[in-house]
Design a protein around this ligand. Structure first.
Ligand code: F6P
Length: 540
């Protein structure tokens, strides 16, 4: 595939000069003081999302050059190739078509197949939601990575829309401490298990599915009942049938795991919120797809966010980004984004297999505000590293506690303000801090209470956390990750980096489970052999 890596462009060289002249010492406070239009210039409206990018370390020239960089890297052509179903996942020879999953009937590629499964899945979801007929009160999704994180993030986010009589559980970890407490609370007759696995071979999911089946049979369920209490969401229908699952909802190899919540992997979401709301989730994502596909790059929100990511990673050399949703429903968003961004763009070679001379994915991490404020925000404000923060806030809550909502929003705005404004030592000297030591020198104390400021942040605002708004927000992140991936010239749609550990775990497994090989450290490095010996001592 033809591609141009960002560091090989004319715009890159221009950006290097621009960074030296105007980027390295960029001061947000000065920029706001100088330019009364800054907020208006650096805010963008996309479907369902209003974005304030003005508290970032860029100016009009930076944005113009970055947009030029995107053009030179052929972002528009690569985007169009994705939408057109070209095999842009080159290392696996696959198309990348999660956008087709949310295209309205008759409009996207593979529309008949997509809407055929969607209709069937949503009809099934609605039948489960009819508790009087289904008897189902608990749904356990067994899956991991992309077959877990999307539904696990969306279900609490849309709790206000959820069926009050059905509890969703998520089991992912092969560590038995995950499934054990879940099963303890369940009755087979009231429980539906969804075995969610694109490949239907993933060790963790297969192992947990087997535990669930054994539990089901040991607690009064029988083989015949398995057919109505276990369903599958997978591309591997044959393997699901071999497991004894007869109700399956398929999808296709052109749906990447971390882009799959729009497919049959979304079944737990559909059961929680119902078919109409699931369709609204898809519609919100589709609206963002349209924005990404048609809006000029300069005003294209996912594009501009992706460009800022490149600017920060490769010029400012910031290595991480923190996400702070000021909505408790979005508590799993940072974990979801970790897979989306780090599994997509955590790559060290470009599409031609050449080693990247520049940094790729930053570390993405975070917690909902205001919890994070009482944990690691100290470091964000006064630590030695600059970490751009992404605030997400929702104007209208679904709870009735207006006082709490005002406090959450005030905190959100205050944090981005504090990061940017900081506090000088002079200002700290002029203050009286009630809890400060009375014996420490005034200047020493003031230095401890100084904030450097000029710390960048982005704020994304939603009117309401509706299914449609959440769909748009997730699609926004998908396309932003696509944008930076294109600029870095990498394949954002494979994940070879997870293979080595899987293979080594299979090799180690008999040494921990086979009585004939227990603790066998032969051929292992001394550290692994020593740890193995410790773990298996006395177990024979
Ligand atoms: O961790 C690697 C990975 O392949 C992810 O990309 C994927 O989401 C996850 O495993 C689960 O895979 P599957 O859906 O095939 O069980």
């Amino acid at each position: 595939m033809d591609f141009k890596r960002c560091d090989q462009t004319v715009a890159w060289t221009a950006l290097q000069g621009h960074f030296e002249a105007h980027g390295r010492d960029f001061d947000l406070r000065e920029q706001f003081a100088r330019d009364p239009q800054r907020f208006a210039q650096f805010t963008l409206a996309a479907p369902e999302v209003f974005a304030d990018l003005s508290k970032n370390r860029w100016d009009v020239a930076t944005r113009r050059l970055l947009t030029e960089l995107a053009r030179e890297c052929g972002l528009e052509a690569r985007r169009d190739a994705m939408f057109a179903g070209e095999p842009i996942n080159t290392t696996e020879g696959r198309a990348v078509l999660h956008t087709a999953l949310r295209a309205p009937r008759g409009q996207g590629l593979f529309s008949d197949e997509v809407h055929g499964v969607l209709d069937r899945m949503l009809a099934f979801a609605d039948s489960v939601r009819d508790i009087a007929a289904s008897g189902i009160r608990h749904v356990v999704n067994i899956g991991i990575g992309g077959s877990d994180l999307g539904p696990q993030m969306v279900v609490p986010a849309l709790d206000a829309y959820a069926h009050p009589g059905i509890t969703l559980h998520f089991v992912s970890n092969v560590d038995g401490h995950d499934i054990t407490p879940v099963l303890r609370r369940l009755q087979p007759s009231e429980t539906l298990f969804i075995i969610a696995s694109k490949t239907f071979t993933t060790q963790e999911t297969m192992a947990n599915a087997a535990v669930a089946r054994d539990w089901f049979l040991a607690h009064g369920g029988d083989e015949a009942a398995i057919a109505s209490h276990f369903v599958g969401a997978t591309t591997n229908l044959a393997a699901a049938a071999a497991f004894g699952i007869h109700t399956t909802f398929g999808f296709w190899d052109w749906v990447g795991g971390r882009y799959s919540l729009w497919s049959a992997i979304g079944l737990p979401i559909a059961i929680a919120i119902g078919s109409d709301h699931f369709r609204a989730l898809l519609a919100g994502a589709h609206a963002m797809d349209q924005h990404f596909a048609t809006t000029p790059l300069h005003d294209n929100l996912p594009v501009q966010l992706g460009l800022l990511d490149v600017w920060y990673r490769n010029f400012h050399r910031f290595t991480s980004r923190s996400v702070a949703p000021y909505h408790q429903g979005l508590k799993r968003l940072p974990a979801y984004l970790q897979q989306l961004e780090m599994e997509s763009n955590g790559k060290q070679v470009d599409l031609a297999g050449e080693r990247l001379p520049i940094g790729s994915s930053p570390v993405v991490w975070g917690e909902p505000g205001t919890n994070g404020q009482h944990a690691y925000f100290q470091m964000l404000h006064q630590g030695t590293d600059v970490i751009p923060v992404e605030f997400i806030a929702v104007k209208h809550p679904t709870h009735p506690h207006t006082g709490l909502q005002a406090k959450a929003l005030a905190n959100c705005l205050a944090q981005s303000q504090a990061l940017m404004l900081g506090k000088t030592t002079e200002a700290a000297l002029a203050e009286r801090a009630p809890t400060a030591s009375a014996t420490l020198g005034k200047l020493t104390l003031a230095r401890h209470r100084t904030f450097p400021g000029n710390r960048p942040s982005t704020t994304l605002l939603l009117e309401r956390l509706t299914p449609s708004a959440l769909g748009a927000l997730i699609a926004l992140y998908e396309h932003r990750v696509f944008t930076s991936g294109v600029l870095w010239g990498i394949n954002s749609f494979d994940q070879w980096g997870v293979e080595l550990g899987k293979a080594l775990a299979s090799e180690l497994l008999p040494r921990l489970s086979d009585p004939a090989r227990l603790g066998d450290g032969s051929g292992l490095d001394a550290s692994t052999a020593g740890l193995l010996a410790w773990l298996t001592a006395g177990a024979a």
